[in-house]
Design a protein around this ligand. Structure first.
Ligand SMILES: [Zn+2]
Length: 372
């Protein structure tokens, strides 16, 4: 079986990659290719891990956020188990064929959601001491630190060297990208560390099939808007559900992100046109789609995205604030249509670069070739 490695650098927009800071990315691309591809919408972490791992769009795999809304109970909660993903992942398919699989991540919830049929898993957040020792490593640093990404990539390197599983999926956390713009010293050091380990991994076996990509991009935002508070003030009975919401609030203090699913309560249904006009005309809003339009345009499952999907403009995000609006110069986040562009670097890929338009194409092509 050919050895496969997928590295997902969380929140790595292309502007973090440069000849000076990530020379190994360029070295690998020289033997393969480097291009800009598209993530799934919304440009949120879990949605895109599901897309990359399954080779499918959200309408097929069923994951539309880190957080979900249960229409029957009115409860909102975090997605934290593998029951949410509706299709096979590359782990499921290749495990059935006898492959050894491995999942390495900074955040432990990745294991909970995507760890089905994984033979070896390790996270920075909840490390298993026996496995850490097996990998000849010190116990990991904290999740929200500069060193967390380097640690998980070193673990990936050591695992491949010692055990060489057939399928390895390794992902970082977007803590650094949320907090540091590409030209800051912290971001440069972080990317240099990632690049160093990716170079070492590549050198272990230059024939390995390797894809390096991101789940979504990242942009600076100048204003956060609390659309729920605005709806409440207007007495519009609408639930504004943020699919980006996660437990790691150090990443988004206000759970801020560029997308909301709007659930209309019974009382709001008569005023539907008035409410939608109001939201569309609100500054900071890029577009509002019906669930039917959003499902068609962005390959989403119609029954999981509310009645409407609203996207923020490039410079803005929706968030849970005390007031209605917050001007800021220190918030970087994602979720909107503007964080859809992602880098894709591949070596020993199954197809030429032009065949990879979306991040889902990596695994889609592998699975098609296995099945044919
Ligand atoms: Zn992410």
């Amino acid at each position: 079986m050919d050895k496969l490695l997928i590295i997902v650098i969380d929140g790595c927009s292309s502007d973090y990659i440069s000849k000076e800071n990530t020379p190994n990315f360029y070295r690998i691309a020289k033997s393969g290719f480097c291009k800009c591809a598209k993530s799934s919408i919304p440009s949120v972490t879990n949605v895109n891990h599901a897309t990359i791992l399954s080779g499918k769009f959200p309408y097929e795999h069923g994951i539309v956020g880190n957080y979900y809304y249960n229409k029957e109970t009115g409860k909102q909660d975090f997605i934290e188990n593998s029951g949410f993903i509706k299709t096979d992942t590359i782990f499921d398919v290749l495990h059935r064929k006898g492959a050894k699989t491995a999942l390495l991540a900074v955040n432990a919830n990745i294991m909970e959601v995507f760890g089905r049929n994984v033979d070896f898993s390790i996270s920075v957040q909840k490390p298993n001491e026996i496995l850490v020792r097996f990998l000849d490593m010190e116990m990991p640093p904290k999740v929200g630190t500069l060193k967390a990404s380097g640690w998980i990539l070193e673990a990936c390197h050591n695992l491949i060297k010692k055990n060489n599983p057939d399928v390895v999926y390794c992902t970082t956390s977007d803590y650094m990208m949320h907090n540091f713009a590409p030209n800051t010293n912290e971001a440069i050091t972080h990317m240099q560390e990632i690049d160093k380990w990716i170079g070492k991994i590549y050198d272990l076996d230059p024939k390995r099939e390797i894809y390096i990509t991101a789940d979504h991009g990242m942009n600076k935002k100048s204003k956060i808007v609390n659309l729920q508070a605005i709806m409440d003030r207007m007495k519009y009975e609408v639930v504004c559900h943020p699919p980006i919401k996660d437990r790691y609030i150090e990443n988004h203090v206000y759970q801020e992100g560029g997308v909301l699913y709007l659930y209309f309560k019974e009382a709001a249904k008569d005023k539907k046109d008035e409410i939608i006009k109001f939201i569309e005309e609100y500054p900071c809003v890029e577009s509002v789609c019906t669930k039917e339009e959003a499902a068609k345009k962005y390959n989403l499952p119609m029954d999981k995205i509310g009645d409407y999907v609203v996207f923020a403009g490039e410079d803005y995000a929706f968030g849970e604030l005390d007031g209605e609006e917050l001007e800021t110069d220190c918030i970087r986040t994602h979720g909107s249509l503007y964080e859809r562009a992602i880098p894709l670097i591949a070596v020993n890929a199954r197809e030429e670069a032009a065949k990879y338009r979306y991040s889902r194409d990596i695994v889609r092509i592998i699975l098609e070739k296995i099945e044919s």
